[in-house]
Design a protein around this ligand. Sequence first.
Ligand SMILES: Nc1ncnc2c1ncn2[C@@H]1O[C@H](COP(=O)(O)OP(=O)(O)OP(=O)(O)O)[C@@H](O)[C@H]1O
Ligand SMILES: O=C(O)C1=C[C@@H](O)[C@@H](O)[C@H](O)C1
Ligand SMILES: [Mg+2]
Length: 179
Amino acid sequence: MQTRCALVGMPGSGKTTVGRQLARRLQLPFVDMDQRLEEVLGTSIRQYFEECGEAAFRDHEQALLAELAAQDGPVVLSTGGGVVLREVNRAALRTGFDTVLYLRATPEDLMRRLRHDQNRPLLQVEDPLGRLRELYRVRDPLYREVAQHCVESPRPTVHGLVSMAAMQLEMTAAARRRR
Ligand SMILES: Nc1ncnc2c1ncn2[C@@H]1O[C@H](COP(=O)(O)OP(=O)(O)OP(=O)(O)O)[C@@H](O)[C@H]1O
Ligand SMILES: O=C(O)C1=C[C@@H](O)[C@@H](O)[C@H](O)C1
Ligand SMILES: [Mg+2]
């Protein structure tokens, strides 16, 4: 299938894990924005946040998304969790990709997954669940704004989410062919 798909969602929603497997299943190139940014920045995202601050990180993120959105050719793109915060990024997602999928998960589910994870700079606080709830409150409407489809399930496994995402892309591609 020839498609340009982007995955959006909260930190820990599975964009990287699901995106990599989805790309393998559909035999499409895979790009993870956070991984690319770490290559560009020459350090971990957590370290970069600590040394240069969030705004500087967001500028790099915006520049990379603009570059990726301007490219042609099939891709599965896993974005960073905060990419939807800037309107210019939401516009790039709308214009640069055929299909945007929102991997939705509740703050409580995300907390269970990320409990032992030290790599998410925004969650290195005393009350990470409170922070996740606040991020979710602000971002859930933004993810919904850019995405054509919401991929969710009450008990999501990675395999189940990959299958649901693949099905959505097949259906979207078939609808495009009929038009
Ligand atoms: N559906 C799922 N069920 C159980 N565990 C999951 C699921 N999706 C992801 N995970 C696990 O949760 C952790 C975070 O997943 P992942 O890194 O793919 O999230 P992400 O959306 O890319 O986060 P970020 O925005 O921070 O990059 C990983 O350890 C992954 O294996
Ligand atoms: O949710 C966020 O704002 C972030 C999520 C990660 O993907 C990284 O892009 C970074 O840690 C910021
Ligand atoms: Mg990721």
